[in-house]
Ligand binder design. Structure first.
Ligand SMILES: Nc1nc2c(ncn2[C@@H]2O[C@H](COP(=O)(O)OP(=O)(O)OP(=O)(O)O)[C@@H](O)[C@H]2O)c(=O)[nH]1
Ligand SMILES: [Mg+2]
Length: 272
């Protein structure tokens, strides 16, 4: 039985790097995985994909044939994958590995706002236990306004996909001086990365009005509560580049996929 791990997040947050790093981490722990490039517009990948949707759809063709711009063409090409999703799935199944790591496109509209994107992913992982990893860039997570918008985006995707999700802040190596493989100094990171501070147990949303100046303090406080309620202190600091935090990511994956946590996929209905 292959477990599916959908790797999502805003453009450039490190999904592809994380796909490669996680595959390597799993291999080091004697677990095999299938690396699936699910981004039809990917040009250069930091790993060698075992399964690649570019075999089935060509974004360039959508640009020239249907006169679409690059974003429209990407969206259309993912929609079009609905015709090949069984082929992609067959390819994944043939590899018979423990985990299928699905490296998604950075254009979140595809999964957060459109109809067909979640349906394609649902078909892809049909019947298999599935979890989503949502990665945000530490640079974005560092200041309050972009930390808020990243966290709200993660919630859009959470509700849209209706799958259990792991929330992580990637590229923390950019914020730590001596990043050893033994782990990160979370206290040091919290000082520099607002999202980590906000999601820690000792942060009170009552203070958010003074820290987040970009809009109404009452709305900020309410949103802060929503975000904290959704994620608690479960955000994981990661460096895909330096191989940091992957053990915690794996532990969360295990908890969701094999543990007793509520498993939402059975109830998921893409038409809702
Ligand atoms: N410093 C640092 N850089 C990273 C890390 N992970 C990824 N990067 C860099 O961030 C850039 C984007 O990484 P990708 O893995 O391509 O990001 P992505 O989310 O797949 O990007 P799209 O598919 O275009 O949305 C590359 O230059 C990576 O080398 C990290 O942990 N630390
Ligand atoms: Mg990528």
């Amino acid at each position: 039985m292959t477990y599916f791990i959908l790797i999502a997040g805003p453009a450039g947050s490190g999904k592809s790097t994380l796909t490669g790093a996680l595959a390597e981490w799993l291999a080091n722990n004697e677990l095999d995985s299938t690396k699936v490039n699910f981004d039809p517009a990917a040009e250069v990948l930091p790993y060698v994909p075992d399964v690649d949707v570019r075999r089935y759809v060509d974004v360039e063709e959508f640009i020239t044939k249907y006169n679409l711009g690059p974003n429209g063409a990407l969206v259309a090409s993912v929609d079009y994958l609905i015709n090949y999703v069984n082929d992609v799935r067959d390819e994944i199944e043939e590899t018979k590995s423990n985990y299928a790591l699905i490296d998604l496109p950075g254009q979140l509209e595809i999964i957060a706002f459109r109809k067909l994107g979640p349906k394609v992913l649902k078909e892809l992982s049909k019947g298999a236990k599935t979890t989503v990893i949502f990665a945000v860039d530490a640079g974005l997570a560092s200041d309050p306004s972009s930390a808020f918008s990243s966290a709200l985006l993660s919630l859009s995707v959470l509700y849209r996909l209706g799958l259990p999700m792991i929330f992580l802040v990637n590229k923390v190596d950019l914020y730590v001086k001596d990043l050893s493989k033994e782990g990160v100094d979370v206290e040091q990171l919290k000082e520099k990365i607002y999202l980590l501070r906000m999601l820690s147990d000792d942060y009170s949303c009552v203070n958010v009005g003074s820290e987040v100046l970009f809009m109404d303090p009452d709305i900020s406080e309410s949103l802060c509560r929503v975000i904290k309620e959704a994620w608690g202190n479960s955000v994981i600091p990661v460096s895909a580049k330096e191989f940091v935090g992957l053990d915690r990511v794996y532990a969360s994956i295990q908890r969701i996929l094999t543990g007793g946590e509520d498993y939402l996929t059975e109830e998921y209905n893409p038409h809702h």
